[in-house]
Design a protein around this ligand. Structure first.
Ligand code: A2P
Length: 257
């Protein structure tokens, strides 16, 4: 049996010159947990060309959703950015990844810290009722260079808040904090600085970081992940994985080309 499912593209939305999202059909046998990723890509010259992509859709949704960058000379994304409704993409049958709820110790506030397309796994997680059962407060931070790069995340959060079923569940629990580093915006600065100064929490009228209450998921640029890992370890936070849950878990946003 092939390790890949052939899924049909159902919709494509371009957010900026460098970012797009799309939905596809979902094989009935494809299972994943919120926050996981799978190999995804295209058949190129008769061979699969795949990269790791986090599912942005919820585990219970009928369709799959992905959020991708576009790199003009990237082997996969230069092609993937041209997909249209009806085209076929390949999706690996096995989902995996460390950004899952069971890899974290119990806590009361969940910090989801992302840059760029590292937002994708958190889009899946904020649609999971289990997240709202386990945590009193969920803080979704998305850091980008430019305001326009926030559009997908803003749209997802707006739609979720308006949703008949989810709206109430999110109310007062989901705190969304978009931040921009290279142009004016209401929230400015790198996630590392926002955390070390405490401004992130002050801006949201939330208590400062505490190992007693906070559990953290990190996804985004390798430099950001490394700096945050050092910061959290200095606070005594231990990294979790499948064999031992911890105070924080890390996944890099994979596709750079
Ligand atoms: P900055 O504009 O100051 O570099 P990129 O597009 O390079 O992946 O970056 C996405 C976002 O992550 C940008 O806002 C960028 O800020 C920020 N960033 C890059 N490196 C780090 C880091 N080491 N720590 C925190 N934020 C970072």
């Amino acid at each position: 049996m092939s390790a890949l499912n052939r899924e049909q593209v159902l919709s494509v939305r371009h957010w900026t010159d460098t970012l797009f999202s799309f939905t596809t059909t979902r094989d009935a046998g494809f299972r994943f947990q919120s926050g996981q990723f799978a190999m995804m890509g295209l058949e190129v010259e008769g061979r699969p060309l795949l990269r790791a992509y986090s599912m942005a859709s919820a585990h219970y949704e009928d369709n799959l959703e992905f959020f991708s960058i576009k790199v003009p000379d990237g082997p996969l994304t230069s092609r993937l950015q041209k997909i249209r409704e009806g085209d076929i993409v390949l999706v690996g049958r096995k989902a995996t990844g460390t950004l899952i709820l069971d890899n974290l110790l119990p806590g009361s506030r969940l910090l989801l810290l992302s840059t760029g397309t590292g937002l994708a796994p958190f889009v899946s997680l904020i649609k999971d009722p289990d997240v709202y059962e386990r945590y009193n407060s969920i803080v979704l931070v998305h850091g980008c260079r430019q305001v326009s790069e926030l559009a997908y995340g803003e749209d997802v959060v707006k739609r979720l808040r308006k949703d008949e079923i989810f709206g109430e569940m999110l109310d007062g629990k989901l705190h969304y904090y978009p931040t921009v580093t290279r142009e004016p915006f209401r929230n400015r600065g790198r996630i590392t600085d926002l955390l070390s100064t405490g401004r992130l929490f002050d801006d949201m009228d939330q208590p400062r970081l505490s190992i007693d209450t906070d559990r953290v998921m990190l996804c985004g640029s390798p430099a950001m992940l490394e700096d945050l890992r050092v910061m959290f370890e200095a606070e005594g936070f231990a990294e979790g994985n499948h064999s031992e849950p911890g105070h924080f878990v890390v996944e890099k946003a994979f596709v750079e080309r």
